[in-house]
Design a protein around this ligand. Structure first.
Ligand code: FE2
Ligand code: FE2
Length: 323
């Protein structure tokens, strides 16, 4: 199996029978044999599979499983969100969908702006034929995917809620995740790269809950006339996330099973470095950051139902609703 790919190959598209578009808005990806195919996966998908096949057994799971085990529940839950919409309180839903779109857009830029360290010097064991030597093109493909996702989430929102007014005060709710300084035994540029990749990987894995929530809420036929179209769009976006989790987990696993150049001259074992980075970021995202998010969204919901004629009853039912 090939392990070396050019940048052009990693960005190459399938020959689509027709591209994905909805309501005259061009999206990305397209259809082959009637099936949706994610953008830029002609060579990227087989390349990731090939790099993964060269990892020691269990290495990928060692990176991913402790993240998947800590996915926080979405707030508000599916039934809670539907209850609000049924009572005409749609602003919290519109806000969350718009913020997801904004965060998706940022997600790509966060990686495109990373200065790549000279990894052949920073990693003491050979890295030929790995995802690590292809990070520039992989970051570029990822950034282009997320720019498309920003438009697609906005489109799913506009299709489901029939072009709702968009609150203007959203930028302040999108603070990029801060990175803890936890890898002091390796050079700063390598620490920055690892924390950035791990931070995005944790967001990508945790997003499975947001996708489930969005599919179930927007896919409700009793609430949204165009439930089918918006749910399908969300499913396409989720399908596009597979290569993101794939290459990030692969590159981090490749570092985990190698020795890294340490600042003191002593090699730093990749396993200790990667596991510490992962555990610190998972703890922050699943803990304080998640709690702050829930609190913020609760405040928004309370503000939105303030003048509602059946406020007390609605908030009572909201508290009872299945998350
Ligand atoms: Fe995305
Ligand atoms: Fe993604």
């Amino acid at each position: 199996m090939r392990t070396e790919y050019s940048s052009d190959e990693l960005l190459a598209e399938h020959a689509y029978e027709h591209p994905l578009a909805l309501d005259g808005v061009p999206c990305h990806g397209g259809f082959v044999g009637g099936r949706y195919v994610s953008p830029r996966t002609l060579w990227r998908a087989p390349a990731i599979a090939s790099w993964q096949a060269h990892l020691p057994a269990g290495e990928l799971a060692a990176v991913l499983d402790p993240i998947s085990a800590r996915v926080p529940p979405h707030f508000p839950g599916v039934e809670q969100t539907k209850l609000l919409v049924r009572h005409g309180v749609t602003v919290p839903l519109v806000r969350i969908l718009t913020i997801i779109a904004l965060v998706e857009g940022f997600g790509g830029d966060v990686l495109r702006l990373v200065a790549l360290p000279p990894l052949v010097e920073r990693v003491l064991d050979p890295i030929d034929g790995t995802a690590l030597t292809h990070l520039g093109a992989l970051f570029e493909a990822h950034a282009r995917d997320e720019a498309g996702h920003r438009r697609m989430w906005e489109l799913a929102r506009d299709v489901a809620l029939d072009r709702p007014p968009i609150p203007k005060d959203l930028a302040s709710s999108v603070t990029p995740a801060g990175s803890p300084r936890v890898l002091s035994e390796i050079p700063f540029d390598t620490e920055a790269l690892i924390l950035r990749m791990m931070g995005v990987l944790v967001v990508e894995v945790f997003a499975v809950e947001a996708f489930r929530w969005a599919r179930e809420v927007l896919g409700d036929r009793t609430l949204f006339p165009r439930h089918d179209e918006s749910r399908t769009l969300i499913e396409y976006i989720q399908q596009d996330e597979t290569p993101h989790v794939g290459y990030l987990a692969t590159a981090l696993a490749e570092l985990r099973c190698r020795r890294l150049a340490g600042l003191t001259g002593e090699p730093a074992p990749g396993k200790a470095v990667i596991d510490r980075a992962r555990d610190a970021i998972v703890a922050a995202q699943a803990g304080p950051r998640h709690r702050a998010n829930v609190q913020f969204r609760m405040n928004v919901i309370e503000r939105c139902v303030e003048g509602h004629p059946r406020r007390a009853e609605l908030m009572g039912d909201f508290g009872e609703a299945l998350r």
